[in-house]
Write a protein that binds this ligand. Structure first.
Ligand code: PLP
Length: 383
């Protein structure tokens, strides 16, 4: 049975966004961040399209997702191989198995060093030393980088690991203004680079910047950048401008066929609790996507959709599996309702994902990662 809704993922947009990111770089490697099911775009299809578009690395938070990705890519021998980096896993993780699958791991907590020290010489696990420059999230505190580097250097000497990278993450770079926090984080990263070398390491890859830093904070770029949101063509800071303003193109378009239409009289109450009433004889259509598929219930009576090239208003409460939309007279069963995405894919002025997420008080990426896995993702090529 085929779920009627559909996410079109445009490989052309992904490719254009990789190029738009590269235009801000001076030869740095690009890690495409595909955590959280590629921000909801579908892990494997999106990763394949990004590899074809020329990314050098893929990155996910959860090691479990890295393993799923490695297995999926290994099943396709024609695919160019790129390293996969994972920075989050629990104490029970099998680091040797991950490494055998081609996954590179972050070493950012003391217990990971303990675990590596219990492994045999010659395990050859490729790792990136993770340090915290000011997020209080993952990585060694600045003062702990030197001793961690010394322990890793000893592990490297006996072939247990190969330290290929040093990395950290920025907490305040998501806005265009220069700011003190980013300046301090860069300073701490500089010190960590010196400490890593003093401890006996020679990491080739140093990575600090994510999408917004690539566009707005050139002092943070080093030798690799980890980009997610920009590749998906979503705004980096919607209060500053749209994705299109930054030369990015939305990669995802959500649509579903209309499954019923009906004429109702003036004064008809719509959906649960009748939070909306018609004010004249009205043509209503049923769209089979609801909050079980990831739509926020908070967008009730605010959302707009594109049907047959025209903006239409969603009316009444958002149901678990469906929403009701006020549509022009000519709309009939089988016509497609586009909820958000790329106008070139939807064939008209469809809401952007930022606008659509905003109907429910959400950010675009918060909406895209909520979209249920049961919605089929289809890779399309729309120029
Ligand atoms: C999510 C994430 C990224 C990518 O961030 P974007 O803002 O989507 O580019 C990079 N690095 C780390 C550690 C992350 O958690």
């Amino acid at each position: 049975m085929i779920f009627p809704g559909r996410l079109d993922i445009n490989a052309v947009a992904l490719k254009q966004n990789v190029a738009a990111v590269r235009a801000h770089l001076t030869g740095q490697k690009v890690m495409g961040v595909v955590k959280a099911n590629a921000y909801g775009h579908g892990l494997l299809g999106t990763s394949r399209a990004l590899i074809a578009a020329g990314v050098d690395y893929l990155g996910v938070a959860q090691l479990s997702e890295a393993e799923q990705l490695a297995a999926g890519l290994a099943a396709d021998p024609a695919m160019r191989r790129v390293p996969i980096f994972a920075w989050l896993f629990g104490p029970d993780a099998d680091l040797e198995a991950a490494s055998a699958a081609g996954i590179e791991l972050s070493v950012g907590f003391p217990w990971v060093l303990d675990k590596l020290e219990a492994l045999p010489a010659g395990a050859g696990i490729r790792v990136h030393l993770g340090m915290d420059t000011g997020m209080a999230r993952e990585g060694f505190a600045p003062a702990d980088v030197l001793p961690a580097a010394q322990r890793l250097a000893a592990l490297e000497a006996r072939g247990t690991v190969s330290v290929v990278g040093l990395w950290s993450h920025l907490a305040g770079a998501d806005h265009p203004e220069e700011n003190e926090l980013t300046r301090i984080q860069v300073e701490r990263f500089e010190q960590a680079r010196r400490d890593a070398r003093a401890g006996g390491l020679h990491p080739q890859l140093e990575h600090l910047a994510a999408s917004a830093a690539v566009f707005w904070h050139p002092a943070t770029l080093y030798s690799m950048v980890r980009v997610g949101i920009a590749l998906y063509g979503q705004a980096l800071d919607y209060t500053v401008g749209t994705a299109v303003d930054l030369g990015l193109r939305p990669a995802m378009t959500l649509s579903a066929p209309i499954v019923a239409d009906r004429w109702v009289e003036d004064g008809t109450g719509i959906s649960y609790d009748h939070t909306a009433h018609t004010t004249r004889r009205t043509h209503l259509a049923l769209v089979p996507v609801g909050y079980a598929d990831g739509l926020p219930r908070s967008m009730a009576n605010r959302a707009q959709l594109l049907v047959n090239g025209q903006r239409c208003r969603q009316r009444g409460a958002v149901c678990m599996d469906q929403i009701i939309v006020e549509v022009p007279a000519g709309v009939r069963v089988g016509d497609r309702a586009y909820l958000f995405g790329d106008p070139a894919v939807a064939g008209g002025p469809v809401p952007s994902i930022e606008e659509f997420a905003g109907f429910g008080g959400f950010d675009s990426f918060e909406l895209s990662v909520r979209l249920a896995e049961h919605i089929p993702r289809r890779i399309v090529r729309v120029e």
